[in-house]
Ligand binder design. Structure first.
Ligand SMILES: [Zn+2]
Length: 83
């Protein structure tokens, strides 16, 4: 699903990698039955990927989403990585 934020109120969940990068984000739509199901699926996927979960306001999610460490910046840019 594309990264879309419905408005300025409400909450999102961040999936944070061990390095501290926010690698994943999903909207907390748990007040809607379908949204609740989707959210549970997303969160399960984040946990499976080894991400730590954090529930934050949409604005904070917007500010923090990104790739901050050198490893993920390199991946983002499509550069070869050295181990
Ligand atoms: Zn990283």
């Amino acid at each position: 699903m594309p990264w879309k934020i419905p408005g300025d109120t409400g909450f999102s969940y961040l999936g944070i990698a061990a390095c501290g990068c926010v690698r994943a984000v999903t909207i907390d739509a748990s007040d809607d039955p379908n949204g609740k199901k989707e959210l549970a699926k997303d969160l399960a996927r984040f946990v499976k990927s080894g991400y730590r979960l954090e529930r934050v306001a949409h604005q904070e999610a917007r500010d923090r989403y990104g790739f901050d460490c050198d490893e993920h910046k390199a991946k983002q840019a499509g550069l070869p990585l050295t181990a």
